[in-house]
Design a protein around this ligand. Structure first.
Ligand code: MD5
Ligand code: FE
Length: 203
């Protein structure tokens, strides 16, 4: 996998690999309290990526719109706490990419099965665009598409494999991005799945 030469994007190859089993055990703890579910977009489409959250705030979508919610709408309970392992990894990655003191208050957990994709979008539901976003890839490889600040800007494909941690922020915080449909395959730890942890400062 080649090094990434995209301005505004730092990919720390394999940073999460030494902790992969512990990270997946923590994901299981979170999903025991807040199961993965397929959210509906404001336009009425059901997303192919299944999602859940941990931390003080969780990202949700329904017919009313996108928002951060302190409670899981499916259970009415607060989201499971952010595991310390998650917070520490996100802080360490942000630091390595030049963003000091990143303390995420939201972790969106995305589950991809073959065929699942994320269409081109911006992450703009957060209150503070000066904080970076940190993303951890586990399981099957995916192709991340990193665009520009306009929807029509050319997109750069970036392969993300198990253990990779991506950080972006600064002037590129509002870049358009997406994930290509996941190809079928079998990963030794995750089988036919990709799990992505996306850490953000929502407020
Ligand atoms: C994912 N998740 O892999 C993607 C990518 C999301 C989302 O986009 O909103 O849940 S993780 C986000 C990411 C990683 C590296 C760079 C950029 C975004 N970016 O330049 O925008 O499930
Ligand atoms: Fe995104």
């Amino acid at each position: 996998v080649p090094p990434v030469a995209v301005p505004g994007l730092t990919v720390l190859r394999g940073l999460a690999t030494p902790q992969d089993r512990a990270l997946l055990a923590a994901v299981d703890t979170v999903t025991a309290g807040a199961p993965f579910r397929h959210l509906v977009t404001p336009g009425g489409y059901t997303m192919s990526v299944a999602m859940t959250n941990c931390g003080r705030l969780g990202w949700v979508s329904d017919r009313a719109g996108y928002r951060y919610d302190p409670r899981d709408p499916q259970t009415g309970r607060p989201w499971p706490a952010m595991p310390d392992l998650f917070t520490c990894l996100a802080l360490r990655a942000a630091d390595a990419a030049g963003f000091a003191d990143f303390v995420p208050d939201a972790c969106l957990i995305n589950l991809y099965e073959p065929g699942a994709k994320l269409s081109l979008h911006q992450d703009r539901d957060e209150g503070d665009f000066t904080a970076p976003i940190v993303s951890v890839s586990l399981g099957l490889p995916a192709t991340f598409l990193f665009g520009g600040l306009k929807r029509t800007d050319r997109q750069m494909p970036v392969p993300l494999i198990h253990g990779d941690v991506a950080v972006w922020g600064g002037p590129w915080r509002l870049a358009y991005h997406g994930v290509r449909a996941l190809k079928a395959g079998t990963h030794p730890l995750l089988g036919a799945r990709r799990i992505n942890l996306t850490f953000r400062k929502a407020v």
